[in-house]
Write a new protein. Sequence first.
Length: 74
Amino acid sequence: MRGLVESHLPRHRGVRVTDEEGRVVVELHVAVDWGVSIPALGREVQQRVAGYLERMADVHPAAIDVVVDEIGPA
């Protein structure tokens, strides 16, 4: 399952896909501009990644974790 998901997600630093007991878990590390609503951005990223994986790989991830590593100037 992990290989299938990884084949549809571009390889980038900050993207990790794991298979935990048959469940796909995606972890994304992002940098955010100052003033951006982090909760809203996190929800949007989760929705877009889930939609992409469902369309491209017919995979429904158990979790999509968005980790903010940096907040910087816009």
